[in-house]
Each structure stands twice: as C-alpha cells, then as structure tokens.
Design a protein around this ligand. Structure first.
Ligand SMILES: Cc1cc2nc3c(=O)[nH]c(=O)nc-3n(C[C@H](O)[C@H](O)[C@H](O)COP(=O)(O)OP(=O)(O)OC[C@H]3O[C@@H](n4cnc5c(N)ncnc54)[C@H](O)[C@@H]3O)c2cc1C
Length: 291
C-alpha cells in the first residue's frame, strides 16, 4: 500500500529501505525493474530513486517512481534537487508528483555544476534545500512527506559540524520530517551526529545510509567527491584485497553486516541501503542480518 513515510514511521519502530538510481538506457531501466522485483520479495518498507545531477534524470526519476509504486504497491521516496531548475520548472515537477501520487520527497539542493568555483543561482532559481522545502509546502501543505539529507561528518562545503547542524535544523524547521544520511563507516560518528542534532532540538528519525563496499578504488573515488572519511580499518581490510573482486565482495558484505548490527543495537531507527541497482550484495546483507 502506498503510504507517506511518516505514516510508516507511526507503525514501525525501524524501517528498512533500498535506494536505486535511474539508468540511462531502456535496457538499464528494464533491468532495474527486475532488481526491484527481486528485492521487493524482502518486503522493504519503501524504496528511493535518486535524481540525476542538475536535474538530468528529471523525467526518468518520475517515471521509475510512478512505475515502482504501480507494479509493487510500494511507497517510493522521490529524490528531488533544485539546482539547475527555474522556479516554474520546480513547481511543475511538484505538480506532476502530486498527479502521480508520489507523496514522499527527499528534498535536496543538489551539487552545483562541476568546474564552477563560486556558484550563484540565477534570479529565478533556489540556493538552498530549505527553500525547496518551502516551495513544496506552499504547493500542498499536507500531501507530501519530506525527508532531507544529513551529513554525519559535516557537508563537504560546510566550515564546521556546528554550522552543519544549524543548517540541518533549519531544514527540519522548514518542514523536513526525517533525515537520510550520507554514507559513513565509523558508527561513533553517527552516534555523535545524533547527539549534536538532539542538543540542537532535532528529534526526527535519522536513517543511516549504508554502502556495501564492492571496490576499493571505487570507494576512494566516491569518498573523495562526497567527503566521507575512510577509516583505517576499512583501508586495512580492503587495500590488501583490492585486486580480488570476490574477496572484496565477501569482505564488503561482512563489514556491512557488522556495521548494521552495531547500528541497530545502538538504536538506529532502520537502515537505508545504497544498492547501486544490484540485487547483491544488498540481499545477502539483508539475509545475514535476519531482517
Ligand atoms: C542521502 C542522500 C541522497 C542524495 N541524493 C542525491 C540525488 O538524488 N541527486 C543529487 O544530485 N544529489 C544527491 N545528494 C547529494 C546532495 O544533493 C549534495 O550533497 C548537495 O551538495 C547538498 O544538498 P543538501 O540538500 O544537503 O543542501 P543544503 O542543505 O541546501 O546545503 C548545501 C550547502 O549549503 C550550505 N547551507 C545550507 N543552508 C545554508 C544557509 N542557510 N546559509 C548558508 N549556507 C547554507 C550547507 O552547509 C551545504 O554546504 C544526496 C545526498 C545524500 C546525503
């Protein structure tokens, strides 16, 4: 049944969810629906679909969200960034979400175009996520359930963690109802983040984002972009086996299972898995966790 994620929270103490991205080809999209069908057998509470940089996957994200909701009768969280869209375009997309019964939005600023040193939005564009939240709220106060991104280690462009916490609080004060975090590998960092948010008066659910490691090189590249710290433990496990795909895959599953168990024991309100559109290793981790 299609529900607002905040309504699912009322029924469930913990939620388990998968994240997909919109493929560029029709074959990729067909494969994604097969992946989603396989993972749907595990009964996730919801799934999310990312939005291409600068709005590049605009139509694809909407189509995939709509199709997954129809095929699987499953709530979908539509990622939605404001960078690169005019106000009119943003309003139109919000209107289409409403028409397609997409009630859950992960509101995001998005990253400015690559190679731009100091980005300024055009006069008819928005600069920050909290302004997008305002726009969504203005369009229909009650229809949408709105999530926001959180950065346990601080956003890469934010000067310090305290400032990052203030900006996160602003997103919640403007109508953000839950947080999905950037990937991280040190659970103490997540615990400290919760404490900072709590001290700032933020009490919404903070769903940890989990990336199963499948490639050491890929991990380094990705963390360079998003600013996640790769802990010495992760380097020590994955560096020596960097050329062994199978060993990396198994170590990635084991590491994720350990990390997830510890998070759940510490009281995390669920887990959100970045699947990279693959059935494995997400399914194997799910099984080993006994979810
Ligand atoms: C779980 C998750 C999912 C994501 N999904 C996508 C996706 O689908 N597509 C995509 O393109 N990107 C995605 N991103 C990346 C995200 O768009 C970028 O990290 C982006 O740079 C920040 O987005 P935001 O919504 O946190 O922006 P904001 O909260 O607006 O913050 C953007 C920057 O501005 C600063 N800031 C915020 N408020 C203020 C203020 N009031 N005054 C001054 N400075 C301020 C922040 O510190 C930060 O440096 C995702 C990130 C996460 C964690």
């Amino acid at each position: 049944m299609i529900k607002k994620i905040t309504d699912i929270f009322k029924e469930k103490e913990k939620t388990f969810s998968f994240e997909y991205f919109p493929p560029k080809t029709q074959k990729g999209v067909d494969n994604l629906y097969e992946t989603a069908a396989e993972l749907n057998r595990l009964s996730p509470d919801f799934v999310s679909v990312t939005y291409g940089a600068g709005g590049s996957s605009r139509g694809a994200t909407m189509d995939i969200c709509t199709e997954i909701q129809k095929r699987f009768d499953l709530s979908v969280l539509h990622h939605f960034t404001c960078v690169g869209h005019s106000l009119e375009e943003l309003k139109e997309i919000i209107h289409q979400m409403n028409e397609n019964n997409i009630q859950n939005i992960l509101a995001l600023r998005g990253d400015p175009p690559k190679g731009v040193d100091s980005w300024e939005p055009a006069p008819d564009e928005l600069q920050y996520c909290y302004q997008l939240i305002d726009l969504i709220k203005d369009s229909d106060k009650d229809f949408f359930s709105i999530g926001v991104a959180g950065f346990p280690e601080g956003h890469i462009n934010c000067p310090d963690k305290e400032t990052d916490t203030r900006y996160l609080k602003m997103k919640i004060d403007h109508g953000g109802e839950f947080v999905v975090t950037q990937l991280f590998f040190d659970n103490a960092v997540y615990a400290e983040y919760l404490e900072r948010l709590n001290n700032a008066g933020v009490n919404v659910r903070v769903l940890p984002g989990i990336l199963p490691i499948t490639s050491y090189e890929g991990l380094i590249k990705f963390c360079n972009i998003c600013g996640t710290n790769i802990t010495p433990e992760v380097h020590d496990i994955f560096r020596p086996i960097r050329d062994d795909e199978e060993a990396t895959r198994e170590a990635g599953i084991e590491f994720a299972v350990r990390q997830c168990r510890d998070l759940l024991e510490r009281g995390a309100p669920g887990l959100h898995f970045f699947t990279l559109n693959k059935v494995e290793p997400a399914r194997e981790i799910w099984k080993r966790l006994g979810l």
